[in-house]
Design a protein. Structure first.
Lengths: 252, 313
């Protein structure tokens, strides 16, 4: 399997002195969906934002497709990694079509405007995800589930080998949760991209991900195949500080 | 109504307002036209254009629909530089003066931005720190106005906006400024659009957020200086006009929106000028005052109207 991301001894603290990550070591491989779990405030989102190039002041090495992350500019990172935030509130009126089209921005030159092939990519991805009917709607008028799918579409037209997602299903009902993860599974199989998804729902994660990584106190405390998670109940009860019986009741 | 029809009507209104502003009162006399009315007309056009555009840029950058160069302290920054240069007796309408005015505007705008960055980066904070910076600078301006006895009236006029002091040299500088700024804005339009969608998302779409913001603050300072050096401080245009254009041309591409925004900005000040000439002649009422009075009423109507529609949906 080809290695997409390689993280060595990653440390990060916020300007207020709060140490969030204390030495993360891990690899991510092509065409896998990897769930990142852990208690609130354990640094899941921070890890995602570092890999996405939003937080720049970290210690350690991150290599994406064998390129050192800190040596890449914004444009270069945006061609390797796309980031899907949990939710976006914009006070302005953007049509869904325009929002998805923004995903092509990494490929624009200094004075370029979007080309016909950029526009075709938007139409293709919208059709694949079945959201073509939304394209004239305003992004701000969509439901949370629709917004999330539009943001996924935006990151798909970005055509990056790695997609990062921050709690894509936290505001959604069961129907939309399943729909989004079905979409992710389809995308990862069809396009061969690897997806890193921060998620709280361990059961959902175990169903759809290939691999689950648990972070606690800024280090990786469990890294397991998703179908094997049932054998790590002791460990999980330690990570979430709840009894093994509760863990069992929740994930089985 | 079709967007194209709206654009045609807007441009027609703009042209007729231009004609009225040039011909009122008592028709066109070539001498008056060249020496008084055309400079004043150009001044009004440039001010409306640049303030509306600056307001639009600030609202997009801060993602706050209340942002405006007058609220955030950019206008006051330019004004302070003009007053300082006047008091030192070195104010000319030349390049060096214009440069200082722009630097001062940029300094106070960026100051407001940096202060907002000390706390959590919620966009509302740029507005709060801007209000603080603005009132600080305005107080200094008032101090200068009080202590400089001979020029008090002139400064007083400038701080409420007046086009009686426009001359061709400053008009040329301001005109060049709005052209250069518009070209830069056009080049950066895609990036501005992404930035106003979401900042973190923008940085993962290949936009260097801090750099773009700094460039946009420079452009805003240039635009505001172009206006302030012609007419002093005119408030409210930069706040109100972008709302009106976004409301009329909902969903139109950002490029066309900017264009219509500047046309509306100019039209609005021209309308104020026409009203002032038609109803208050021979008194000289500053267009900024008229535009704020009528604009505020219209604006409130618009805000209430759009809320009403949201509730019924």
């Amino acid at each position: 399997m080809n290695k997409i991301v390689e993280i060595r001894d990653l440390k990060f603290s916020y300007p207020n002195g709060n140490n969030v990550l204390n030495g993360i070591d891990m690899n991510f491989y092509g065409s896998e969906i990897c769930g990142i779990c852990g208690p609130n405030g354990c640094g899941k989102t921070t890890l995602l934002k570092i890999i996405a190039g939003i937080f720049k002041k970290y210690y350690g090495d991150i290599r994406i497709n064998n390129c050192e992350l800190s040596s890449l500019g914004y444009k270069e990172i945006s061609r390797l990694v796309s980031y899907v935030p949990g939710d976006i509130n914009t006070p302005f009126d953007f049509t869904v079509y325009d929002v998805i089209l923004m995903g092509r921005a990494p490929y624009l030159g200094f004075m370029d405007s979007y080309s016909n092939s950029d526009r075709k990519a938007v139409v293709d991805v919208s059709d694949m995800l079945g959201i073509g009917y939304l394209s004239e709607r305003y992004f701000s008028s969509l439901s949370n589930g629709e917004k999330q799918i539009v943001l996924i579409a935006q990151s798909l037209v970005q055509k990056t080998p790695l997609i990062l997602m921050d709690e894509p299903t936290s505001h959604l009902d069961i129907n939309h949760r399943l729909k989004i993860f079905d979409t992710l599974k389809k995308v990862s199989e069809k396009e061969g991209v690897s997806i890193l998804v921060v998620i709280h729902d361990i059961k959902l994660a175990a169903d759809y991900c290939n691999r689950l990584v648990f972070i606690k106190n800024g280090v990786i405390s469990l890294d397991s195949r998703a179908d094997n998670i049932i054998n790590s109940i002791e460990k999980l009860s330690d990570i979430y500080s709840i009894s093994p019986a509760s863990v069992k009741r929740y994930i089985v | 109504m079709n967007n194209r029809i709206k654009i045609i009507i807007s441009v027609a209104v703009f042209i007729s307002l231009s004609y009225l502003s040039l011909s009122l009162p008592f028709g066109c006399d070539s001498d008056i036209l060249i020496n008084l009315r055309i400079p004043k007309f150009l001044g009004i056009f440039i001010s409306g254009f640049s303030l509306a555009t600056a307001g639009m840029v600030l609202q997009l950058v801060t993602k706050n629909p209340l942002a405006d160069p007058f609220v955030i302290g950019t206008s006051a920054g330019s004004m302070l530089a003009i007053i300082l240069l006047e008091i030192l007796g070195i104010y000319s309408y030349g390049f060096v003066s214009f440069f200082f005015i722009t630097i001062s505007a940029l300094f106070f705008t960026y100051l407001a931005y940096r202060i907002s960055r000390f706390s959590n980066s919620a966009s509302i904070n740029m507005l709060l720190s801007g209000v603080a910076v603005n009132s600080f600078v305005l107080s200094i301006i008032v101090l200068f106005v009080i202590f400089s006895k001979e020029q008090s009236l002139y400064f007083f006029h400038l701080s409420f906006g007046s086009f009686s002091y426009s001359n061709y040299t400053s008009i040329i500088y301001s005109f060049l400024t709005i052209i250069v700024s518009s070209v830069f804005l056009l080049i950066m339009m895609n990036r501005i659009s992404i930035l106003s969608f979401d900042e973190e998302k923008a940085s993962t779409l290949g936009v260097n957020v801090e750099r773009i913001k700094f460039i946009l603050f420079i452009i805003v300072s240039l635009l505001v200086s172009a206006s302030v050096s012609l007419s002093g401080i005119i408030g409210f245009i930069g706040l109100m006009i972008p709302h009106i254009t976004r409301y009329f041309f909902r969903g139109m591409s950002l490029k066309s929106l900017f264009l219509m925004n500047s046309v509306y900005g100019a039209s609005f000040l021209l309308l104020a000028d026409v009203i002032s000439k038609k109803f208050f002649y021979p008194l000289e009422i500053p267009p900024g005052v008229i535009s704020s009075i009528f604009g505020a009423i219209f604006f409130i109507y618009l805000v209430m109207g759009s809320n009403g529609r949201k509730r019924t949906n």
